[in-house]
Design a protein around this ligand. Structure first.
Ligand SMILES: [Zn+2]
Length: 200
């Protein structure tokens, strides 16, 4: 970011803080949450900036998880039955993941690109019927195959992606994947990366 842009961003945040303070004084209402408006209330630039950064970064949020590490909101839908409203597209691909996982994956792909590393995607969210089809074609893990039992796959939660990685990209992922919440968690499947959200 150039210094002019930083300057104009600061001016923008300051003018928005003034607007917020004016609004609050004018209406004399309490803000709904003390944490989200502490910047405007406290009136310090540092708080406002911190808040602006927190709102744009991904991977810092934590979720209520069930005993299997699945967000309880998502678990309620059922594996392979996640509605489109809870999913988000990955970049400009046809692939979708649970929205927070998609956002983190997008960030990771962009950051890898800056390091000269290309991360491709071959699979993502998989509806139940697709997992049934995959199990039929590739066989179940329990029988020496390459597919999870329908209803149990991390792909069915929109929380795993299969990546197309050359050796450079694989070593980048081993070094950096965790920062974005992605873990290689199936033995012998260096393409399978599961998103592990933080627990509340
Ligand atoms: Zn996979």
């Amino acid at each position: 970011m150039g210094i002019e842009r930083v300057g104009s961003r600061i001016a923008d945040i300051q003018s928005r803080m003034i607007a917020l303070q004016t609004q609050q004084t004018g209406r004399n209402v309490q803000p709904p949450s003390t944490t989200s408006t502490s910047g405007a209330q406290g009136g310090t630039f540092a708080n406002a900036l911190e808040e602006a950064v927190a709102q744009t970064s991904t991977g810092n949020k934590s979720y209520s998880l069930n005993s299997k590490g699945i967000p309880t909101d998502l678990a309620a839908y059922g594996n392979g039955r996640i509605p489109a409203s809870a999913l988000e597209q990955v970049g400009s691909t046809r692939h979708k993941l649970w929205a927070p996982a998609a956002q983190s994956l997008n960030q990771m792909i962009n950051d890898a690109k800056k390091d000269g590393v290309t991360i491709g995607i071959t699979d993502s969210y998989r509806p139940y019927a697709e997992q049934v089809d995959l199990a039929r074609r590739k066989g179940l893990y329990s029988q020496g195959g390459l597919a999870a039992k329908p209803g149990t796959s991390e792909h069915g939660w929109g929380m795993a992606t299969d990546l197309d990685l050359n050796s450079k990209a694989l070593s980048w992922m081993k070094q950096n994947g965790e920062k974005y919440g992605f873990e290689m968690n199936v033995p012998r499947e260096s393409w399978h990366w599961a998103y592990k959200p933080k627990s509340l």
